[in-house]
Design a protein around this ligand. Structure first.
Ligand code: UDP
Ligand code: BGC
Ligand code: MN
Length: 355
């Protein structure tokens, strides 16, 4: 009896306090977010990249763009284009998936780097969209598909690093656009150019209700000039399976003092071709906690992590394919994570995702 009265009292107390605690936690988090808000992500108009370049380069002979006339495009994510149909619709494409304007000098030479395995349907849909768009933007470009050989876990970050090195081995490029195979730019004004920072081109994906999912999100499509990519040591090679490698990359950008620039949401619109979602790699978040400690050696400059073998380079009609053996994930992720003493704090982690 006594016990029952006691527990009733307890329930009453809980009823009173729980909403208060929740209220405090909620406003605490909002306060924390406001306090922590740092403006290292900024919106800039795509044509400002060209306007700013004009300040220090001579623009004689450079391509002139009627930016406002580029407009948006009808993007079809359901069709089944074939290589033949894309070739027929785009007679400008040269061997290896390359093109440059013949009557003016493009502002930058870009390499589009697509990490890839087993998504041919998506690839065709993307190529049908990219080739005409890049021509309209008067950009000198070449498209590289970096295909991971074998059936081990996919490693998006390492494929980006391989793409960077192989593209520069095969040609001269100022700017790399790292592009997921299933994302289609909806607006021709979203110029595939690099600025002096890191440019997150996919600032509004339909799947994310045309918003960035979180402030520091840097996945999907991101453009970075070749100097900055080297300077931040590229991507981490250590994320096998889905998730967090783009967060690690974003953290590198931020910690190097580079801004993350984005086109305004009405221009940075992308459609994602529907596909089944992968589940997050079980060690992703834990690995990310150790990102900072690994950063100096884990990336482009790591001779061990960057061990790979190019099995085949094919200059196709629509793209250059680099088939690459990037090795296997280690038997246990402990090689990356046995020592947690230098991990970033849980506060940093929360602040990263919920600033
Ligand atoms: N990817 C691929 N084959 C795979 C897994 C991933 O080609 O089996 C590439 C592809 O470019 C894809 C990107 O990695 O767009 C990101 O993977 P996914 O689309 O599964 O992730 P999402 O961003 O949709 O969560
Ligand atoms: C993952 C990222 C992913 C993002 C959007 C995050 O939780 O860590 O890798 O790109 O969600 O899906
Ligand atoms: Mn996808």
């Amino acid at each position: 009896m006594k016990w029952r009265i006691l527990s009733k009292l307890r329930v009453a107390k809980l009823r009173r306090y729980v909403p208060r605690v929740l209220f405090l936690v909620y406003f605490g988090l909002v306060g924390f977010a406001l306090f922590n808000y740092r403006s290292h992500c900024i919106e800039t108009m795509p044509n400002s990249i060209i306007e700013l370049s004009k300040l220090d380069h001579s623009d004689v002979g450079r391509c002139k763009l009627e930016f406002d006339k580029l407009g948006d495009a009808d993007v079809d994510i359901f069709g089944e284009p074939t290589e033949d149909s894309i070739v027929a619709e785009n007679p400008h494409i040269e061997k290896g998936g390359t093109w440059e304007p013949s009557d003016c000098r493009s502002w930058q030479r870009i390499a589009v780097i697509i990490p890839y395995r087993d998504r041919l349907h998506h690839l065709h849909i993307l190529l049908r969209r990219l080739h005409p768009m890049l021509k309209l933007q008067k950009i000198a470009y070449k498209i590289f598909v970096i295909e991971q050989a074998g059936t081990d876990k996919f490693n998006r970050g390492k494929l980006m690093n391989v793409g960077y090195l192989e593209a520069l081995r095969l040609g001269h490029f100022d700017c790399m656009v790292f592009q997921d195979v299933d994302l289609l730019p909806e607006d021709n004004r979203n110029l595939y150019l690099c600025d002096e920072y890191a440019r997150h081109l996919a600032s509004a994906i339909d799947e994310m209700r045309y918003h960035v999912m979180y402030y520091n999100y840097a996945g999907g499509v991101i453009a970075m000039n070749r100097h900055n990519f080297r300077r931040i040591n590229g991507y981490s090679n250590s994320y096998w399976g889905w998730g967090n490698e783009d967060d690690d990359f974003s953290a590198r950008i931020q910690e190097s003092g580079l801004l993350l620039t984005r086109p305004p949401a009405h221009i940075g619109r992308f459609k994602m071709v529907r596909h089944t979602k992968e589940t997050r790699s079980e060690h992703g978040n834990e690995m990310f906690l150790g990102w900072k400690k690994r950063w100096p050696r884990d990336g482009l400059n790591d001779p061990v992590g960057m061990n790979y073998t190019v099995k085949e380079v094919t200059e196709g009609r629509l793209y250059t394919k680099v088939l690459v053996d990037i090795g296997k994930p280690p038997a246990s992720m402990d090689v990356y994570m046995s020592d947690h003493s230098n991990d970033v704090s849980i506060w940093w982690f929360l602040w990263y995702y919920y600033p």
